[in-house]
Design a binder for this molecule. Structure first.
Ligand code: AMP
Ligand code: GLY
Length: 417
């Protein structure tokens, strides 16, 4: 089978690493890929949102299965275009990807179907939003409606900060069109967990749980990022919580999407807050999470291609998906200044010495025999261990051997839980 993976991050590297373990896979292309992916797949220079270009490529090279990593092509309708051409592609159609691409849609959907989430209001008018801001109490959560590369959520501790944020998003259009509308919502307290599930339109099979470390610095300080590390399992996600999430959130979501004529196929990501009143949805994503995938896939013992085929053929209920009892974790090595501004093009040294765990590449590029930095999140160090502490020791031992100018990473992934 020839497979095309769309994307260029650590998530896509991990997906390719797992796909290549399948005896069914004979060749993998990645568009556009990165400096690490090129060691295991043929990288082709087509951007992830160039849907026409990707479709032409898939036809020309007789690709048997395309797997889409990032949300942007999904929200632009890559699945609809491929399906029209009779090509097999893993991911939700545009009308289902909206569950991530519009937070306003997601909130109204949850309210309509009684899926637990934070109290909220949607505003298209900044003045009105500012007038009503007191009614939420503080801190308050302000979210740009559209896609904003994981940065469109601001937690404002005071009224002053909230008003500044509304102006930044709606008046100054800091996130562009994503700020046409804002969702303002109640601040939830509790422990977070990320649950990724395979969904075939009717049946959902959750993967093992994970927890994301979103803040930039140790001690959960600094700005929110796309994620600085992840552990699996999530420590607070016991069987009782898992059952509640399945019955109150996962099943109702899949059922309701079907009822809305937006059948969901692919991976559906549930960002959850486990509150004292039970689990609530913080957000949905229409894809594998990053960096959760770089921990979770290490624990997958079944064949990922077989699972993806079962999703496409609506046969998930026939699958028995197996997971390792071991713990997994990953830590992101980022460029100095990430998530705000950073330089690129620095040589990465010592990669050949990091050999205890697995190093997935995110923002890297291969130039003249060297691997150089090419993004904010640069490398993801992952490992599996009998315990989380064992995985942790492997990850950090590897990280000590690798560096580039101004690199930084959290040292407390797996410690604060
Ligand atoms: P999101 O991009 O929606 O995942 O939001 C980023 C992060 O903001 C989440 O992982 C939470 O830590 C935090 N967050 C979002 N919404 C809420 C909320 N209603 N209450 C508390 N924290 C939130
Ligand atoms: N780690 C959060 C996300 O993938 O959006």
């Amino acid at each position: 089978m020839k497979v095309l993976v769309v994307g260029s991050g650590g998530r896509e590297h991990a997906i390719i690493w797992k796909l290549l373990q399948s005896p069914k896979v004979s060749y993998v292309y990645c568009a556009p890929g990165n400096g690490g992916i090129r060691q295991m797949a043929e990288c082709v220079d087509i951007k992830a949102d160039d849907i026409e270009g990707l479709c032409q490529f898939a036809k020309k090279h007789k690709i048997d299965l395309t797997v889409v990593g990032p949300e942007l092509p999904l929200s632009l309708g890559i699945v609809d275009v491929f399906e029209k051409e009779g090509l097999r592609i893993f991911g939700p159609r545009k009308n289902a990807a909206i569950i991530e691409s519009s937070k306003a849609f997601a909130k109204d959907f949850m309210q309509k179907y009684g899926i637990p989430t934070a109290q909220y209001k949607i505003y298209e008018d900044a003045t009105k939003a500012k007038e009503q801001i007191d009614s939420f109490g503080f801190p308050v959560v302000i979210k740009a409606d559209g896609l904003a590369a994981g940065k469109g959520v601001i937690i404002a501790d005071t009224k002053e900060e909230a008003i500044k944020t509304i102006d930044m998003v709606m008046r100054d259009r800091h996130f562009g069109q994503a700020g046409d509308k804002v969702v303002i919502e109640e601040f939830l307290q509790g422990k977070e967990a990320s649950i990724l599930a395979f969904v075939d339109g009717k049946t959902a099979v959750p993967m093992v749980s994970a927890q994301d470390y979103k803040r930039t610095y140790d001690g959960d300080l600094g700005l929110n990022t796309g994620g600085m590390g992840a552990i699996s399992p999530a420590p607070h996600y016991d069987e009782k919580v898992a059952t509640d999430v399945m019955e109150e959130i996962i099943k109702p979501t899949v059922e309701a999407m079907k009822r809305e004529n937006r059948p969901y196929k692919g991976v559906l990501y549930f960002g959850l807050m486990i509150t004292k009143d039970g689990p609530k949805v913080i957000e949905y994503n229409c894809r594998f999470g990053d960096p959760e995938t770089e921990a979770v896939l290490l624990r997958l013992e079944s064949d990922l291609v077989e699972i993806m085929e079962a999703v496409l053929d609506e046969k998930l209920h026939e699958m028995d998906i197996e997971w390792s009892e071991n713990a997994a974790m990953c830590v992101v090595m980022a460029s100095g200044g990430y998530p705000v501004s950073f330089e690129k093009g620095y040589e990465i040294k010592g990669l050949e010495n990091a050999e205890q765990g697995i190093v997935f590449h995110a923002g890297t590029k291969y130039i003249d025999g060297k691997i150089v930095t090419d993004g904010g999140r640069v490398l993801i160090f992952s490992a599996l261990g009998k315990t989380l502490d064992e995985a942790r020791a492997i990850v950090y031992a590897d990280m000590e051997k690798v560096n580039f100018k101004d690199c930084h990473y959290r040292r407390d992934v797996g410690l604060i839980r």
